[in-house]
Design a protein around this ligand. Sequence first.
Ligand code: EPU
Length: 422
Amino acid sequence: MMMELIKIEGGRPLSGTVKIDSAKNSTVALIPASILAESPVTLENIPSIVDVERLGEMIEQLGGTYRYDGDDDEDFIIDPTNLQNIPLLEGPVTQLRASYYFLGALLAKFKEVKIGMPGGCYLGPRPIDLHLKGFEALGATIEQEGGTIYMRAERLKGAKIYLDFPSVGATINIMIAASKAEGTTVIENAAKEPEIVDLSNLLNNMGAKIRGAGTDEIRIQGVDRLRGTRHAIIPDRIEAGTYIALAAAAAEEVKIDNIIPTHLDALISKLQEMGVDIEINTDSVTVRGGKALKAVDFKTSIYPGLATDLQQPLVTLVTQSDGVGMVEDTIYSDRFRNCYELNKMGANIRVQGNSAIIQGATPLRGARVMATDLRAGASLVIAALIAEGVTEIGNTYHIDRGYSNIEEKLTNLGAKIWREKE
Ligand code: EPU
């Protein structure tokens, strides 16, 4: 099989403006949630990432349709009118994690669902026990056999659900399922990520009655019917944070535009602690390079803490900072595979369980490396931009799952980046 590589010739200072697209982790929840409507839903500014294509294929497998519209195909229109309850067992369902939102959506719509286990990045074990406990509390019975989950419910009834951990996925899945249950559901210790608020806004515009999204207690009063609507997706705080870290490493002056800076407070203060020159405006930030950076320690946590998804891009920046930085990922047990690849490029990182100790600053040189997962890919792209010589990054499909038009965006900033098959 031919392998595709992203190649980057490093060492060019970047300048210009990069416009951030809509949030992947919102979009992948909004698309499955849209099937609850009885008429078409339009999602504006759809990001051009592979996960969207996969979810579209799943809508088609279910007998619904989707199409792109608008001058730049920026609208994504889902028509769930003829949707049927067809088991999703093979193909796209296994290629991304968010396919599990069809559990909540199909359970709410048909009171029955059969689906293959979701795929996605390996970051250590990623159980879905909290999702399943939530569905059970709403009245579903669950059978699991091999890689298949089968759920059904005579009726879904609102319940009080306390999450042992404020899981993003479980909160979203329970919100989706409960929006058509009888009576009121209360999710306690709910996740507070901005993507939860975005989903709540979409569902409420479809006719749902959800209060409290963005706090740790969400109340969902079930309704019988939901209708189509238009919804503008929030900007991707992780894509934004990635480009901010990238600019801190490689920019002369780069403006990261179309963002909500408050979604990035934890990252921005960490970068300021490192000595990054960053100017914050209403819907953009500007990063100026050329400053000596000092190493920092950091720990990932749930929102509004420092997002685990930005941990790997930040590690690359710490390799360019003076001193020793200690990083702990409290969300995932195995999200440091990029470190072994960075070491091939000249970094000095020691991984111990869910922590990494980074000795900087080390010059980086081009090497052949693998994007072991999506954000590892981002971490390597940043490293490649500042490395001496050419870096070849394999497993590019991970990067394409979450970063839209990455070559175009980086080329516009003055980077030398291209793809090759071999
Ligand atoms: N967890 C459980 N049981 C559950 C659910 C989660 O033990 O039933 C644990 C997980 O194993 C993990 C932690 O809780 O250790 C966090 O999981 P969470 O459910 O919050 O994450 P997720 O919904 O699986 C989403 C994003 C991730 C992001 C996390 C944390 C999507 C599709 N994925 O995952 O995004 O890291 O929230 O913010 O929204 C990425 O974009 O690169 C990515 C991995």
